[in-house]
Design a protein around this ligand. Structure first.
Ligand SMILES: Cc1cc2nc3c(=O)[nH]c(=O)nc-3n(C[C@H](O)[C@H](O)[C@H](O)COP(=O)(O)O)c2cc1C
Length: 239
């Protein structure tokens, strides 16, 4: 993993705070990072929801987009009126937090074949036009950060399963993050499947597969959490 000096941003999104598999796995990861002295910045978008974007966000976004990538300060200078000011005040800290992270860890349950609305609210807000591009050089600001996405899903979605093709969680997150500028070689996705065995009668008989999936996910998370920093320290962000 890269840059241990800049914080690891860990974002959880499960509505379940008791038995969440994704939360358990992100906690294992962050425990290992803290043990090694890394700073961890934590955000829980389920407990502390990100407000949905409003009309003024879209209006400001259009105005900014017409000018190309701008610094956060220059975007601030384009804000017009109280509603846009409110939207930018909700947006800028989340953008700055993501830009300042050395690495990013996302805990993501599958809800209705996709990602939770709580995570999507963060995604819609943080993905403000141009804010992950250096306006001076055109460099992608997320391109040298490591991203680890930990997915949990009640069912199974591999080749040959009845729900093959229904997975709009992992492919969506890969498409979204790489489009935002994340280097696909620095994006790791770990999935624990069949987490609802024991609750959902249709999954009876799949307990061994569920246990194997969870064990493999946990092994991979430990491996990723324990790997040594790869990159040189980077600047915390560009304003
Ligand atoms: C609102 C809701 C919708 C869900 N939809 C799906 C689904 O479409 N497919 C699936 O495989 N599991 C689904 N599940 C099960 C969760 O993916 C599963 O419980 C997973 O472990 C949740 O992540 P967590 O353990 O980190 O909370 C759903 C659960 C909830 C609460």
């Amino acid at each position: 993993m890269s840059d241990m000096l800049a914080p690891l941003l860990c974002l959880d999104s499960s509505a379940d705070r008791g038995e969440s598999v994704s939360r358990r796995l992100t906690a294992e990861f962050t425990r290992e990072w803290r043990r090694r002295g890394a700073a961890v910045r934590y955000r829980d978008v389920s407990a502390d929801p990100v407000p949905l974007i409003g009309e003024a966000y879209a209006r400001l976004g259009r105005r900014v987009e017409r000018r190309g990538a701008l610094s956060l300060s220059d975007i601030g200078r384009l804000v017009a009126g109280e509603a846009e000011r409110r939207e930018w005040e909700l947006t800028r800290p989340l953008v700055a937090e993501l830009r300042a992270a050395g690495s990013v860890l996302l805990g993501v349950p599958m809800y209705n074949f996709g990602v939770p609305a709580a995570l999507k609210a963060w995604i819609d807000r943080v993905s403000f036009p141009g804010v992950f591009i250096d306006p001076e050089t055109g460099r992608k600001l997320l391109g040298d950060k490591d991203f680890v996405v930990i997915c949990a899903r009640g069912g199974a979605y591999g080749p040959g399963t009845p729900r093959e093709g229904f997975d709009h969680q992992e492919p969506y997150l890969r498409a979204y993050l790489t489009n935002l500028g994340v280097d696909p070689r620095r994006l790791e996705v770990v999935s624990a499947e069949l987490t609802r065995v024991g609750d959902v009668p249709a999954l009876d008989g799949l307990a061994d597969l569920a246990a194997a999936s969870l064990a493999a996910a946990r092994d991979r998370v430990r491996e990723l959490a324990g790997s040594e920093p790869a990159g040189a320290p980077e600047a915390a962000g560009i304003d």
